[in-house]
Design a protein around this ligand. Structure first.
Ligand SMILES: [Ca+2]
Ligand SMILES: [Ca+2]
Ligand SMILES: [Ca+2]
Length: 153
């Protein structure tokens, strides 16, 4: 009996240690209003990243990463293109009088922090359901390696 109790305590301890707080998404917050972004960029991988400056020091520290669903050139203003794509995010690059438009999903599948603001992401979270920040996001990677020394839950 004593041995069973010990085993249960041991198991509970293991499970608790297996998911340290940093590996969860406790530090993750909902994406700020899109118009507060400090920039966006289309990566070579065709992923579209949007940067935010959460601590207001002029350098981006929080990023959302979206997949581009569609892209095209149009003479329509962005408001009209946005109306054609309800429930999506629309990004525009001026191309003479025309606009080069990128259409992405409303919610990103990835969120990233650049804690030391050196341009290399330190923590990457994945939101597999792409349903916004609601607690089901999980630690995915540490591109900078800053968090590799910590145990992965
Ligand atoms: Ca900042
Ligand atoms: Ca960094
Ligand atoms: Ca989510």
């Amino acid at each position: 009996m004593k041995r069973i109790v010990f085993s249960i305590v041991f198991l509970v301890t293991l499970l608790t240690l297996g998911s340290p707080a940093w590996a969860g998404s406790e530090m993750l917050q909902a994406e700020p209003a899109m118009n507060t972004r400090v920039g966006w960029n289309l990566e070579p991988s065709s992923m579209l990243t949007v940067g935010y400056d959460l601590n207001h020091n002029g350098r981006p520290d929080f990023f959302t990463v979206r997949i581009v669903l569609d892209k095209y050139i149009s003479t329509e203003p962005i408001e009209t293109v946005a109306r054609y794509n309800p429930g999506h995010r629309v990004f525009r690059v001026d191309y003479g009088a025309e606009g080069f438009y990128y259409i992405a999903a409303r919610y990103p599948p990835f969120y990233a922090f650049d804690v030391n603001e050196d341009g290399v992401w330190d923590v990457l979270y994945k939101d597999v359901l792409e349903d916004g920040v609601n607690g089901n996001e999980v630690f995915h990677d540490s591109p900078s390696g800053e968090f590799d020394a910590l145990p992965v839950g």
